[in-house]
Design a protein around this ligand. Structure first.
Ligand code: PLP
Length: 225
């Protein structure tokens, strides 16, 4: 049996130690507890242990789980870390507090429209496809500048960058690349690092780490459609 509280405690210590050892760290690191595929009870257990920031990768799953949870616990902060379709922007803007997966102009325009309509301008990150993998979401590095310029023109509040390195490559190369891009474009937040590599990510300047299985245990996908 995994204890979510114990896992959180251990990871919290590792985050702190990595942060203190990092020469590139710019401030406190936010631990985003990725609760996808886990039930609301697991989220509540983490909440009781002091965790407030959570991440989900699918809008529908997040709605079902967190809409009621956020009524009960209004200080929960929810990040979207998976791809967003333009037809889900209305629900996403209403539910999430941070969107980490901006990757195309059409999405930027839909989000700005929704944010204006709901008068709710939530901070966003641009997801960069640092490995230039065709099957993966994220803007190609060469197209980042144009996308960011567009965000700034239409006033989407972009505060950082996010990446998911290719599984078969040294993650540190991608982390340091994303760090350099953030420096170049004057962005202060860097979402990178998961259960297997969050300490490395912090060493290379991560301000947000996304940890799922390290907190909630191995995921069970058997009941998913
Ligand atoms: C699932 C997921 C994570 C968490 O992965 P773990 O290896 O379980 O820590 C982090 N980031 C994204 C984008 C994810 O989809």
């Amino acid at each position: 049996m995994v204890s979510i509280k114990e896992n959180l405690n251990n990871i919290g210590k590792q985050v702190k130690a990595a942060q203190e050892a990092s020469l590139m760290n710019k401030g406190p690191v936010t631990l985003v507890a990725v609760s996808k595929t886990n039930p609301a009870e697991a989220v509540l257990e983490a909440y009781e242990a002091g965790q407030r920031v959570f991440g989900e990768n699918r809008v529908q799953e997040a709605l079902a789980k967190f809409k009621p949870l956020k009524v009960e616990k209004p200080d929960i902060v929810l990040h979207l870390i998976g791809p967003l379709q333009t037809n889900k922007c209305s629900e996403a803007v209403a539910l999430f507090d941070v969107i980490q997966t901006i990757d195309r102009i059409k999405l930027v325009d839909s989000l700005v429209k929704e944010m204006s309509k709901q008068d709710r301008f939530i901070p966003c990150y641009i997801q960069v496809n640092t490995g230039e993998e065709s099957q993966k979401a994220g803007v190609m590095p060469a197209d980042l500048k144009a996308l960011l310029d567009h965000c700034r023109t239409v006033k989407l509040p972009v505060i950082g960058l996010m990446c998911i390195p290719p599984v078969d490559e040294e993650a540190a190369l991608h982390f340091s690349f994303l760090y350099k891009l953030a420096e170049e474009y004057g962005l202060s937040r860097l979402s990178m690092g998961m259960t297997g590599d969050f300490e490395t990510a912090i060493r290379f300047g991560a301000t947000d780490v996304r940890v799922g299985s390290g907190i909630f245990g191995e995921r069970d996908y058997s009941e998913q459609a």
